[in-house]
Design a binder for this molecule. Structure first.
Ligand code: 2HG
Ligand code: ZN
Length: 465
């Protein structure tokens, strides 16, 4: 734990009352949505300016204090957890949209801007911020950048990385760097901006981000289709991609649907029970597009790939269809799931899922396994639910034993052990399944350049040595 006198010094660097040490704050700010690790920070500090962030970093280097950057703490890999006496740096008071340029279609955000706040700002200006996911009402832009957040529109719009025009960062060394100057074209050597995106706060703090916006989508329309088996989902994707520009292509299993239905506040898509469901979305900008979608649907039914389906006819129906997918994660959190967030190239998905499913069924015959995810991106969320009568520790220990086999399959398929949630603490021991030893050595060397004293989010991405 950090010495009380050192914490007293920290108090002199920020506004009065902006260092918190009460038990409720330590508990709330010390963890994210993983809830695996008991939070144990020394203090929480809430800077208001980038100069204050620089002062905090200088203080941390002076006293060798570990800092954990903290956004909305909606992460699922323990990237923002402070379990070892670290000081949490939270951006709740750096939450302003600073400026908007309508010609560049860019918005300068402080790191604590909530994702939905940016989405709403874009909408108010007739534009669109396309990175979206179920936790967008709580997650912050700084955290999205730190994890290169993905979500439900990646098939069309890509990850957060695609929308970052420029960054101001304070490195772990304390330097303030302005990266890429918001340019579209900039061929002047290494693009350091990209290194900070997805770095999980291990290189420094994002203190300002210029985000790009897009034109608003026209008449978004969703379809939910029930398929007779998992393998039918891929030809459905292929058929629709051949005729439409999809803005989303998601899937979920009957088990996932059953859990969401159990809430009682979401209407079922249709009456036919199917083992798997696909949710796709497109812009029905004119009648031809809607007709193309219906023709493709009929083709899929004729081929036996689709058993039943529904297409949204209103904004309310669109929202209700999306709830079937977006509510899954929050609904199943009741069963303290063991999560995997794995990816392969799209063409490999059916064989990959079959292999993983077989391993999981063999080793966890008694556990409930829930599959869903962003299948159009090759990203599968495998959630194993904890039996009610089992302790959390015993359950996680038994799941961790099978990780090795799951990740060996991931490695064999040249996939990723974390598609979009990040490595954090939960996946750090398995990094070698996705990255070579030489690559990891390069990553550590890069960290040492920006953070020579190792104060930035230690124990995240890399296991402590
Ligand atoms: C989603 O796609 C999120 O819903 C959460 O990435 C996934 O809870 C999960 O495993
Ligand atoms: Zn996801």
């Amino acid at each position: 734990m950090t010495h009380p006198a050192v914490i007293d010094e920290l108090m002199t660097l920020v506004d009065p009352g902006k260092v918190l040490t009460d038990p409720a704050s330590l508990e709330a700010y010390g963890k994210d949505w993983t809830k695996h690790y008991p939070p144990a920070p020394s203090a929480i500090v809430l800077p208001k300016t980038l100069e204050q962030v620089q002062a905090i970093v200088a203080w941390a280097n002076r006293h060798q204090v570990a800092l954990v950057p903290s956004g909305g703490r909606t992460g699922l890999s323990a990237g923002a957890v402070a379990a070892n006496g670290e000081v949490v740096v939270a951006f709740d008071y750096m939450n302003q949209i600073l400026s908007f340029n309508e010609f560049d279609r860019t918005v300068v955000c402080q790191p604590g801007v909530v994702t939905r706040q940016l989405q709403q700002f874009a909408e108010d200006h007739g534009l669109y911020y396309p990175v979206d996911f179920a936790s967008s009402g709580s997650s912050q832009i700084g955290g999205n950048i730190a994890t290169n957040a993905g979500g439900i529109k990646v098939i069309r719009y890509g990850m957060t990385r695609n929308w970052v025009a420029g960054l101001k960062v304070v490195t772990g060394k304390g330097d303030l760097l302005e990266l890429n100057k918001d340019l579209i074209k900039n061929a002047t050597g290494y693009d350091l901006r990209q290194l900070f995106i997805g770095a999980e706060g291990t290189l420094g703090f994002v203190v300002e981000a210029t985000m790009r916006l897009d034109r608003a989508p026209r008449n978004l329309t969703a379809m939910v289709l029930g398929t007779p088996d998992f393998d039918s989902i891929m030809p459905v994707l292929h058929a629709f991609q051949g005729r439409l520009d999809l803005t989303a292509f998601e899937f979920f299993s009957d088990k996932a649907l059953a859990k969401v239905m159990g809430r009682g506040d979401v209407p079922p898509p249709f009456d036919t029970d199917c083992p798997f469901y696909a949710l796709l979305e497109f812009e029905a900008s004119n009648e031809d597009v809607a007709n193309d979608a219906l023709a493709t649907f009929e083709h899929c039914v004729e081929q036996g790939w689709v058993l039943d389906g529904v297409m949204s006819q209103s904004e309310t129906q669109l929202k209700n269809l999306w709830k079937l997918r977006e509510y899954i994660s929050e609904t199943i959190s009741h069963w303290t799931p063991y999560k995997n967030d794995i990816s392969v190239t799209v063409s490999k998905v059916p064989a990959f899922l079959r292999d993983i499913d077989a391993i999981v069924a063999q080793h966890y015959p008694d556990y409930e396994v829930v599959w869903y995810g962003h299948i159009g991106d090759g990203n599968l969320h495998l959630n194993i639910l904890k039996p009610d009568d089992m302790s959390k520790d015993a359950f996680f220990a038994s799941c961790a034993r099978v990780n090795k086999w799951v990740f060996e399959i991931v490695e064999r398929y040249n996939g990723s052990i974390s598609a979009e949630h990040g490595v954090g603490m939960t996946k750090r021991d398995y990094l070698g399944y996705s990255r070579s030893a030489d690559e990891i050595a390069c990553m550590k060397a890069i960290k040492a350049v920006f953070d020579p004293n190792g104060i930035m989010n230690p124990g995240k991405i890399f296991a402590p040595e």
